[in-house]
Design a protein around this ligand. Sequence first.
Ligand code: IPM
Ligand code: MN
Length: 381
Amino acid sequence: MLESSRFLPSETKMTDAYKIAILEGDAIGPEIVAQAVRVFSTVSARSEAEFELINAPFGAGAYFEHGKAFPDETKAICDGADAILKGPVGLSHEESKKIPVEEQAERGAILPLRARYNTFANFRPIFLSENMAHFSPLKPEVIEGGIDILLIRELVGGLYFGSKKRGVNEAGLRYVHETLEYDENQIRQVLEVAFDQARLRKKRLHNIHKSNVLMSSVFWNEVLDEVHQQYQDVEVVHLLVDAAATALCLNPGQFDVMVMENMFGDILSDQGGGILGSLGLMPSACIGPEKAYYEPSHGSAPDIAGKDIANPYSMIGSVAMMLEMSFSMQKEADAVWSAMRSVFEGGYSTADLSAAGDSIKIVSTIEFGDLVIKELDTLLA
Ligand code: IPM
Ligand code: MN
């Protein structure tokens, strides 16, 4: 789906196994990771590649067991891995309150993971094949031919990582201060990734910003104009972030590659899951200069944990993205996508997508995995 060739530099492996750190995460995490892990054995049985999977604690469970959401042992395993597969982390609002704020899964695990490997480019494909178009809540005439957008979110800067403080001001009022900061290199590097992807696809890049209000967007757009000089074959379309939210609903077909600041990308990528019909259809890749990790765009859904009903598509799709982007295994990655799509196209669905029609057969997390693995095995035979 992402038409890049090898994305990250790494030595060609002939005999050694690729080392993959597996961070199962919390709530539905272990259930959907279990289905994703099955893909590695099928792919390795049907290709030259070998995978060594190393489990490591990460998230709320890690905090309760080891006192840290991102324990040192896990850091060492991730440091030594060729790529990282991460399940969703976090607990319900009530359960999270038992954990000190700085060790809660978001601040204590996810953001430090992103910062550690400087995974500045977050690829969030918003994709529905034509035959899966019925899963979308949008009218068929609005998404004729399905949906195929690549949202690229800056992931290690902006509002998430700017300086923050709380206090009491001179008037005696409690106040908060939270900043959106970027230097030009941080903006340039994610824009280059986005332009490269636009060049490989339809040569159209939507730049999403808020330059009518935010100085940070004015600066972002200045850097974009400079980077654009090197990509004159790519058309840039500027769109304010609020207008982009509307356009994603009314006419998603106008978008191909979109690029934006961290917080804008967090919000619009969830809207992407909305127009597909479920966040369970949103895998992602978080790419840094030397290391990448792969995760679903959604949370750990504690309300449905342990019921074997979660949709593992986003987790298995994250493995497909790893095969392609970290290991250049394009054929195998394509086969994983095809396997999942043919399961859906065969009339099966997980419960999150059940609104889609009466003829649909609802399958459990494990049954969906069984169907995908069977299909994948045939495709790679
Ligand atoms: C995401 C998630 C994370 C984010 C949270 C869990 C920290 O919502 O990956 O989109 O806000 O980036
Ligand atoms: Mn999010």
